[in-house]
Design a protein around this ligand. Structure first.
Ligand code: Q9C
Ligand code: ZN
Length: 336
């Protein structure tokens, strides 16, 4: 299977994140990309499809903010990474506020998504990787992988969060629709619920969002991903959340996967987009499932049995030393 990435994706390098009230090294680190490339080989470079496919998902004011945030931070006399500390939980509205701290809060859902000097370049490169891999699938490849980093599934149309700035899976889904594919399924197997992707397609009956993730009662992002969230309006029934308890291993995971795959089949999708996270791995440092490497091959094979054109988009996975092998195991399964 061909894979795609952009060298700019390695330039996003926040130093630290707020974790349970203290500072820790930033888990979503540049060496994640290096680790995948070391195992999978250099792959192919992303081509530049421009801003339009990004703006088909994300609010222009949010994109403008992402592009200027770090410069505004520096202009305010700050050092290091731009981070917010005030969030308009109630009454968020388009106030025209100039102070960088006000802008960050308005465009974020958490304080664990810092903006460093090259964050925009990396996020932009990752989105282009997703679009390039999509192009390979639309040109006839049965499957292709975008080694996106930073990841995308936590950010919505106008907010960042959970290490995510641009929603690569959503951008690819909308681009596929612009090229004539109507019915699309997004299967999210990252450890965390893909709240941003869910938000973007919540009222859209053409795009199924099915997610298997740690129960948000115990895990980030807490406020999304509960089983009773099933879509609204035209999208009613086109969101499927399958939360699982901490400690879940393949025995508990496989039935949920079968349920999700049955929903994808029933949706009648022309294209499958997989938001793949390797943070379900037993040794992941910030997560609490117990999948083993060979489980990723079984997961890939079960997905491949759908026999749908498949775009795989990288999300999380923080056991960096195991990341390349875990991604590779998953792709082996898809290629069976
Ligand atoms: N200790 C993805 O896997 N953690 N994002 C917040 C808490 C955020 C994970 C800090 C985890 C986000 C794409
Ligand atoms: Zn995750």
């Amino acid at each position: 299977m061909r894979h795609f990435s952009d060298p700019a994706q390695a330039r996003h390098a926040p130093l630290r994140e707020l974790h349970n009230g203290g500072w820790m090294d930033y888990a979503e680190c540049p060496s994640r990309l290096e680790a995948m490339l070391a195992k999978l080989g250099p792959g192919e470079p992303a081509r530049d499809f421009g801003l339009d496919p990004i703006l088909a998902v994300h609010d222009p004011a949010y994109v403008a903010f992402l592009r200027e945030a770090h410069a505004l931070w520096r202009a305010a006399g700050r050092e290091g990474d731009a981070m917010g500390y005030v969030f308009p939980v109630v009454g968020r509205r388009p106030l025209d506020l100039d102070r960088i701290d006000a802008k960050i809060g308005a465009f974020s859902m958490d304080a664990s998504t810092p903006i460093a000097a090259d964050t925009w370049a990396a996020a932009y490169g990752g989105a282009q990787s997703a679009l390039t891999a999509l192009d390979a699938v639309l040109a006839g490849d049965r499957a292709a992988m975008a080694l996106c980093r930073p990841p995308g599934h936590h950010c919505g149309a106008d907010y960042m969060g959970g290490y995510c700035y641009l929603n690569n899976a959503a951008i690819a889904a909308r681009a596929a629709q612009a090229r004539g594919l109507r019915r699309i399924a997004i299967l999210d197997v990252d450890y965390h619920h893909g709240n941003g992707t869910q938000d973007i397609f919540y009222g859209d009956g053409e795009v199924l969002f099915a997610s298997i993730h740690a129960d948000p009662k115990t895990d980030f992002p807490f406020y999304w991903g509960h089983a009773d969230e099933q879509g609204e309006g035209e999208g009613a029934g086109a969101t499927l959340n399958l939360p699982l308890p901490q400690g879940t291993d393949w025995t508990g995971y496989a039935p949920a996967l079968a349920t999700a795959l049955e929903a994808v089949r029933a949706h009648g999708a022309d294209l499958l987009i997989v938001s793949y996270g390797a943070d379900t791995f037993a040794e992941d440092p910030i997560s609490h499932f117990r999948l083993a490497r060979e489980d990723y091959t079984a997961m890939g094979a079960a997905i491949a049995a759908l026999d749908l054109p498949t775009l795989v988009v990288m999300e999380g996975g923080y056991a960096v030393n195991a990341l390349g092998a875990n991604v590779s195991a998953f792709l082996d399964g898809i290629e069976r």
